[in-house]
Design a protein around this ligand. Sequence first.
Ligand SMILES: [Zn+2]
Length: 279
Amino acid sequence: MSKVSEIKLAGKYIISGQIELLTGLHIGTSKDTMKIGDLDNPVIKDAFGKPYIPGSSLKGKMRSLMEYYHSLISPHNLVYSKKDKKQEIRLHMCGEKECKVCGLFGNAPSKQESVAGYEVNIDYKVPTRIIVRDAYLIDESITDEMRQNMDFDYTEIKFENNLDRILSTANPRQTERVPAGAKFNMEIVVNRFQIDNVDDSTNFLEETIIAMKLLEDDYLGGQGTRGYGRVKFIELFIQYRDINYYSNKSNNIKEMKFNNLSELFDGKTLIKTKISNLS
Ligand SMILES: [Zn+2]
């Protein structure tokens, strides 16, 4: 039998702003969607042929960073989300009601195999709080000056060499990337729930902001260890819409604007009082 809670939606936090690339970004696309004549290693593009940042890439990276942050990367905390000859994907997933990571990013009730080798029965569905939208390119962020050094309208080609250590022969490989300076419109929604009469308050908003801050000190997309994918969140705006907002009973909106995440942090620590008026 699965465990069930009483869940009420209390409201929604809408975090909007821009993602600015501080270094080139490469979010790859699967080989089966490639056409003849495409590059070796293209970036993912939207229906208009412009690069974008899939919400799933952003969410996946934030989840992974928070699993490390909450010390959930150990054989007992990890399960296989995929395990076949080609690929193994291990991630944290559990059925704990109090789990901050599953509570924000979601879990799937199921039988899983833990990395430590035993069967895990996840029998409680933690409601997912976060929704991460696809982030679309802001056209004007690609300036004429930037275009002079670019190979295509929205992207550049980088050649990477892997050197053979004995013969010193190079194995050049081309990678498409979105250039530094490009900006994307982003939006993240965080649902605020009351679960068995316990209100989330700003807890999961705080978790989300910490995940964004961790991402700034990490990287998005591929080849991060070569310097790719450094991003910064700018022009940020958080709005809290409580449940009455949607039924027109009241216009209960609380909001705050800030230029960047550093304004909310004292070093690495989130200053919770700065967002407490959003509760
Ligand atoms: Zn968990």
